[in-house]
Ligand binder design. Sequence first.
Ligand code: IPM
Ligand code: MG
Length: 374
Amino acid sequence: MAKYKIAWLPGDGVGNDVMDCAKIILDTIKLDAEYIHGDVGWQFWKKEGNPLPDRTINILKETDCCLFGAITSKPRDEAQKELAPELQNKGFVYSSPIVGLRQLLNLHTNMRPCKAFKGNPLNYRDDIDLVVFRENTQGLYAGVEFHPVPQDVFNALMVHPKMKKFENVPLDDLAISTRIFTQESCQSIISQAFEYAKKHNRKSVTVVEKPNVIRETSGMMIREARKIAENYPWIELWETNVDAMCMWLVKNPQDYDVLVASNMFGDIISDLAAQLVGGLGFAASGNMGDNYAVFEPTHGSAPKYAGQYKVNPTAMIMSVKLMLGWLGEKNNADRLLQAISTVIKEGKTKTYDTGGNNTSLEVAEEIAKKFEEL
Ligand code: IPM
Ligand code: MG
C-alpha cells in the first residue's frame, strides 16, 4: 500500500493542463502515493446539477489530502441557464465547489505565499516575499445570505437602531449578506500567522481589517490579534486597514512579511499580492484544516486556453511544494522550491506570460530535470 492517498481533482479548463504538470513533478519525486481521481466542476453542474458530487466527497474522506486544479464559477442566473434541460426548475442552485469543499471539510486556514522569484520578468519588485493567511470558512463566505429577506429575519434585525432607514423597503427589494466571525476562528487564523512568522523568522505580522467602520467583526480580529501578539514579543504586530493595505502593497510591498485577514479581505489582498510577484501563474495556495488539506493554484480555469498547455504551471507546482511540506516531505519540498527557482532564474524555459513560448509541460519537465540534478 502506498504511503499517501491523494485525491486528484483537476476540475475545469486549464485545471487539467496544470494537473498534468503536477503529475510530471510527482512522478519525478517518486512520491510513494496513490492518486484517486475525483469529479468536480462545471460539466457535473450541467449534467448532474451538482459541481461537487457526493462520490467526490467520499474520495476526499478516504484520502490524506487533495490536489485541486481549477474551477469555472458563474453567477447564479448564468449557471441556471447552462443546466441540462431536464434538470431545470428542479431546485438545483449553483454554488462554488471550492468554497463548498472549504466549508465541508472545515479547511479553516488558507495560506498563500507570494515570493518574487529572481529572474521573473513579471516581478513588480525583486525583493517581495510575503505570505497571506486568510480565514477560509467564515465571514462573507459563510453563505448566510437572504433575498428576499424573510419577515422574521427582518423583524429580528429591526432591533438594531440602524435598521430604521430600511424600515419601509419591501422585503423583495432587500438583499442581505452577513459577515459572521467567531472568536475561535479569529484566534486560530491569527495564531497560525504568528506561528508561521516564528518558524520562518519573520519580523512582523500585519492584521488587515477595517475596525474603524466594521466595528464588531473587524474589531474582534484586532482584539484577538493584540492578545495573541503578546505571546510573541519579538514579532511586531502591525494593524492596517484593508484599503490602506492595497495602497501600501503597491507602495512598499517589500516591507511586509505575514499578512492575516478575514475571508473576503484575504481573498482581495491575495490577488493583489499575487500580481506583485508575476500574477496568478505564480500564486499557490493551501486550504488547510486540522487533519485535511486541499492544495490549489489560485488561478481560475481560463477556458479559452483549456487543453492548449499554454498557461504557466508554476502556481500548480508551487501548490505541490506546499502539499509536500504539509505531508512532512520537507526535503522534497525544499528541493522542489529550489528547482522552480533555478528554472525561473535561468529563464530559458518559460510560458507565454513571462515572454517565452514553451508549453506548460515543457516547463514542468524542466523543473523535474532540475529537481533530479539537485
Ligand atoms: C480564491 C478564489 C475563490 C474565492 C473563488 C473561485 C470562489 O477567488 O480562491 O481566491 O473567492 O475564494
Ligand atoms: Mg480569489
